[in-house]
Design a protein around this ligand. Structure first.
Ligand code: GRG
Length: 347
């Protein structure tokens, strides 16, 4: 992802180093303003320091891909703003994103994040939760301080947060549900992942002074892109590699998560689908070999192909929405490349 944005200059904005020169200093400032204990956990979570607080080697940009900040930045450019205009939006969405990851790892019990022990397993659950809370408050503070557009920006963020928590709540509820439809899955993914990406794009537009039609178009672009991103994430959760993604592979199946490939495979109804239903329906913990079996059954029942097709369909809808923001050809091309990259990614 960083390669794509950094290696395709759009005017002055997408030059190599936007992340290092504008985003990271602003993120570091926000993290430095947290209480020291939460600041240390946040710095660790971002890959800036080790658990003991000593600097991590070679991680100036942090452990994540900075997808949401880049969307905010390019959305600003798409409506005639600058990269600098988008910095508060970029910082806020990344702080929220970090908050959700910290809490999500606790909820799921995932012990690996961004190639190292998740914050809860390095610092304990209370520290991880409190750090997430602190990051959320910091994000709201950053957005509320933007001169002029502050009020509209806070509204945009709050709406996204409400959708996000609804999506996460549905995702958790799906684990115990006997049946989840593809439509229910897509609504969940739009909340859990689309809301924040939509917010990143919309905020980029708001801070650049875009009109309502443009902001709507950007928000819709980000939301659809977020669903596509979640489809890709689900595929990586089954067929990715831990070494590449820095996240546990197979954990979603072991936890009987209703990810899109599974939902689609369960809906298919053929022999592999019925066997998968038996495996997912039983309450006994997965044994050695069950993850490999479930992976095979999901593929045989067409779940992988269905999720790949859905991701492509979402990207097509995302680009249609982007046109409503009336972006110039160059930045449109760059956002289209990011969208394509999102569904073909390996991490
Ligand atoms: C908003 C009040 C409120 C609560 C949040 C915990 C929670 C409720 C939501 C969790 C949402 C979540 C974790 C969604 C997953 C989104 C996703 C695909 C994350 C992976 O994003 P990447 O790949 O991560 O961009 P990096 O590490 O690159 O930054």
């Amino acid at each position: 992802m960083s390669q794509i944005v950094d290696s395709c200059p759009v005017g002055a904005v997408a030059q190599r180093g936007w992340v290092e020169n504008l985003l990271v200093p602003a993120l570091r400032k926000a993290v430095a303003a947290l209480p020291p204990a939460e600041g240390r956990v946040a710095g660790y979570h971002r890959g800036w320091c080790e658990a003991d607080g000593s600097p991590s080697p070679g991680t100036a940009g942090g452990g994540g891909k900075s997808v949401r900040p880049r969307l905010a930045m390019l959305s600003s450019v798409a409506v005639g703003g600058t990269a600098a205009d988008a910095v508060p939006a970029a910082v806020a969405v990344e702080l929220v994103h970090d908050f959700t990851l910290l809490h999500d790892d606790v909820i799921d019990g995932d012990a690996l994040r961004r190639y190292r022990p998740a914050a809860w397993s390095a610092f304990g659950t209370p520290a991880a939760l409190l750090t997430g809370d602190a990051l959320l408050v910091s994000a709201l503070s950053v957005v509320s301080e933007v001169p002029r557009s502050g009020e509209g920006a806070v509204r945009e963020l709050v709406h996204a947060l409400l959708d996000l928590v609804r999506g996460q709540s549905d995702d958790v509820a799906f684990e115990a549900a006997r049946q989840v439809s593809v439509a229910e899955y897509l609504a969940m993914a739009e909340g859990k992942t689309g809301a924040l990406m939509g917010c990143a794009c919309a905020l980029g537009g708001v801070l650049a002074g875009a009109d309502a039609e443009q902001v709507d178009g950007l928000r819709g672009f980000g939301r659809r892109l977020g669903v596509a991103f979640q489809c890709a994430d689900d595929l990586l959760g089954i067929w990715g590699s831990s070494a590449r993604s820095g996240k546990p592979v197979g954990a979603d199946l072991a936890a009987r998560k209703k990810s899109l490939p599974v939902v689609a495979a369960l809906a298919e109804g053929g022999p592999a689908s019925r066997r998968l239903r038996g495996l997912y329906g039983s309450s006994r913990p997965f044994r050695e070999g069950d993850i490999a079996l479930a992976t095979r059954l999901v593929e045989e029942a067409g779940g992988r192909r269905a999720a790949e097709e859905e991701a492509r369909r979402q990207v097509t809808m995302a680009l249609r929405s982007l046109s409503r923001a009336r972006p110039g050809a160059q930045v449109y091309g760059q956002l289209r490349d990011i969208a394509g990259d999102m569904i073909g990614r390996e991490r």
